[in-house]
Design a protein around this ligand. Structure first.
Ligand SMILES: NC(=O)c1ccc[n+]([C@@H]2O[C@H](COP(=O)([O-])OP(=O)(O)OC[C@H]3O[C@@H](n4cnc5c(N)ncnc54)[C@H](OP(=O)(O)O)[C@@H]3O)[C@@H](O)[C@H]2O)c1
Length: 312
C-alpha cells in the first residue's frame, strides 16, 4: 500500500510517500481501506516532535511509529480474531493507527458505523476535533450559558461553536473570520485582530491565541470556567502548558485542562450528530494523499477554516 511515513522528527520535508507491506488486523482489530483521512493538529505535533515533552509518548530520539494521522473514514477490508461489530464491506469512521495511508488498522472500539448521510470527507474530519469540542463543553454549557470560543474558525473551534449552539448556549466567537463564525450559528463575533475582547462569560474555551490568563479571567463571571483546549507557539519544550498552572485559591472561577478521549460513547455521540446534521465539520480543502506535506504546511499556518482532509 501507499502511505505517508517519516523516520525522523522535523518539518514537512521529512515526509516520504512510500510503498509499504499491507498491514494486518490483529486480535480485536479492524483493517480499514481509507477513503478519507482528517488532518489534525496532532499529526503536525507528532511529525515535528514538538513540544519536546510529547516525545516521551512518541519516541525520544526518533518516532517509534513511522506512520502519521489518526482520523479516518473508510470501508472494512478484514477483521481480526474476536471482532464482532464489523464485517468486510462495512462503512466506518473513527481513530486508526496511521490514517495517512491506503490501509490502516484500528482497535474495534475506536470505530463506529458511518452515518449514511455523512460524506467520507466529513466523517474523516470529525473524530478528534469533534470529541475535543464535546469534552470541552460537556456539563458546562446549557440553555443560555454565555460561551466565548477563542479560535472559532479552526478545526476544534468551528465545531465547538456548533456544539455550544446545539446545547442552547449563547456563543460569542473570537475569530479572524466573523462571517464564517456567523455561518456556524455564533450569536455574535469579535474580530480579535482589530477589536478588544469584551463581555462576561460563564465558559471560555481557549482554543487559540494563548492570551494571558489574567486577561481571560477578567472576561469570566465570578463562578465561570476557563477551559484550556490548546494554542500553538507556546515554546519548544512544554508548548505553553505552563499557562495552565493557575493558582487562584480564593476564587470561585474554575480552570480546567483535558486531553480528549476516544471512547466508543464519544464516537457514537459524534456519529449521532453527523446523522442528525446538528454538528457538521466544514472541510475547507481536500488534498491527495501524496500532497500530505502541503496539507500539513497549510494547517500549520493557522488559517484553515474548519478542517483539511487527505484522500488516497
Ligand atoms: N486538549 C485536547 O485534547 C486537544 C485536542 C485537539 C486539539 N488540541 C489543540 O487545540 C488547538 C487548536 O486545534 P485546532 O485543530 O482547532 O487548530 P487550528 O485548526 O489550527 O485552529 C486554531 C485556531 O486558533 C485561532 N487563533 C490563532 N491566533 C489567534 C489569536 N490571536 N486569538 C484567538 N484565536 C487565534 C485561529 O482561529 P480563527 O481561524 O478563528 O482566527 C485558528 O483557526 C491546538 O493547539 C491543538 O493542539 C487540543
Amino acid at each position: 500500500m501507499k502511505a505517508i511515513v517519516r523516520y525522523t522528527y522535523g518539518d514537512e520535508s521529512v515526509l516520504e510517500f512510500a510503498d509499504l507491506p499491507d498491514p494486518v488486523a490483529g486480535p480485536g482489530e479492524v483493517l480499514v481501506r481509507v477513503r478519507a483521512a482528517g488532518v489534525d493538529r496532532g499529526a503536525w505535533h507528532i511529525m515535528t516532535g514538538l513540544p519536546r515533552l510529547a516525545r516521551l509518548a512518541f519516541g525520544v530520539r526518533r518516532p517509534r511509529d513511522p506512520g502519521l494521522g489518526m482520523d479516518a473514514a473508510g470501508v472494512v477490508e478484514s477483521v481480526g480474531e474476536g471482532v464482532t461489530r464489523f464485517s468486510p464491506g462495512d462503512e466506518v469512521f473513527g481513530v486508526v493507527r496511521g490514517s495517512f495511508a491506503e490501509l490502516a488498522v484500528a482497535a474495534e472500539r475506536h470505530l463506529v458505523p458511518k452515518p449514511a448521510n455523512a460524506g467520507w470527507e466529513e466523517a474523516a474530519a470529525a473524530p478528534t476535533s469533534m470529541i475535543t469540542a464535546f469534552d470541552a463543553l460537556r456539563g458546562r454549557a446549557t440553555t443560555g450559558t454565555r460561551v466565548l470560543v477563542l479560535g472559532a474558525g479552526g478545526g476544534v473551534g468551528h465545531l465547538a461553536v456548533q456544539v455550544a449552539r446545539s446545547l442552547g448556549a449563547h456563543v460569542t466567537a473570537a475569530t479572524s473570520d466573523p462571517a464564517f463564525a456567523a455561518s456556524l450559528g455564533a450569536t455574535s463575533a469579535i474580530d480579535y485582530r482589530t477589536e478588544p475582547l469584551i463581555g462576561t462569560y460563564d465558559v471560555i474555551l481557549d482554543v487559540g491565541g494563548r492570551r494571558p490568563v489574567r486577561e481571560l479571567r477578567a472576561l469570566l463571571s465570578p463562578t465561570g470556567t476557563l477551559v484550556f483546549v490548546g494554542g500553538e507557539g507556546g515554546g519548544a519544550i512544554l508548548g505553553g502548558m505552563q499557562r495552565q498552572l493557575v493558582v487562584a485559591p480564593f476564587s470561585r472561577q474554575k480552570f480546567v485542562t483535558f486531553v480528549a478521549r476516544t471512547t466508543p460513547a464519544a464516537l457514537q455521540e459524534v456519529a449521532d450528530h453527523l446523522a442528525a446534521a446538528t454538528v457538521v465539520p466544514i472541510v475547507e480543502r481536500t488534498y491527495r494523499l501524496d500532497e500530505a506535506a502541503a496539507a500539513l504546511r497549510h494547517m500549520s499556518a493557522g488559517t484553515v477554516r474548519g478542517k483539511l482532509v487527505l484522500v488516497p
